[in-house]
Design a protein. Structure first.
Length: 149
């Protein structure tokens, strides 16, 4: 998975956006894959840059910020660096406190299923495998929910 996906992913349960990614493993590609530049923002992402944790829109979420304001915070060089990173393992967190859902990222593929379709065995395996590493990063996974420390 590339960080670019966080520009458009929403929580399946409550439709909250943006989601937060905790990276557990990634690879860096030597070559930069081709990418386009959004005309409204001057960078690759349209709404939110997860690489720099920067909103590219105003509070209404629909109007792009001025290009010069964006350029002070996110550059095409940032986009190039971001596109070299491929996240292979991680956890995606819904930041809405009334939801607090988490979604596993296995082999570069996010498992973004709503509550009624989640696989408990897969979640338990993920917690067993990555729970201590996530705890070091201040994230405690508890079945479907998570807590920050």
């Amino acid at each position: 998975m590339r960080l670019r996906l966080l520009d458009i992913l929403v929580c399946p349960d409550d439709k909250n956006w943006p989601l937060k990614l905790v990276i557990l493993n990634k690879i860096i590609e030597e070559e930069i894959p081709e990418f386009w530049v959004e005309p409204e923002t001057g960078v690759h992402c349209q709404y939110y840059c997860a690489f720099k944790d920067f909103y590219l829109t105003t509070e209404d979420g629909e109007t792009s910020k001025e290009k010069n304001e964006i350029a002070k915070n996110v550059t095409q060089k940032d986009c190039e660096q971001c596109h070299k990173e491929v996240i292979t393992e991680g956890v995606i967190l819904c930041q809405n406190e009334s939801c607090n859902r988490w979604y596993a990222l296995f082999d570069g593929i996010p498992s973004m299923l709503p509550s009624d379709l989640r696989d408990e065995e897969e979640e338990e395996f993920f917690i067993t495998k990555w729970g201590s590493e996530l705890a070091k990063k201040g994230v405690q996974l508890i079945k479907e929910k998570y807590e920050l420390s």
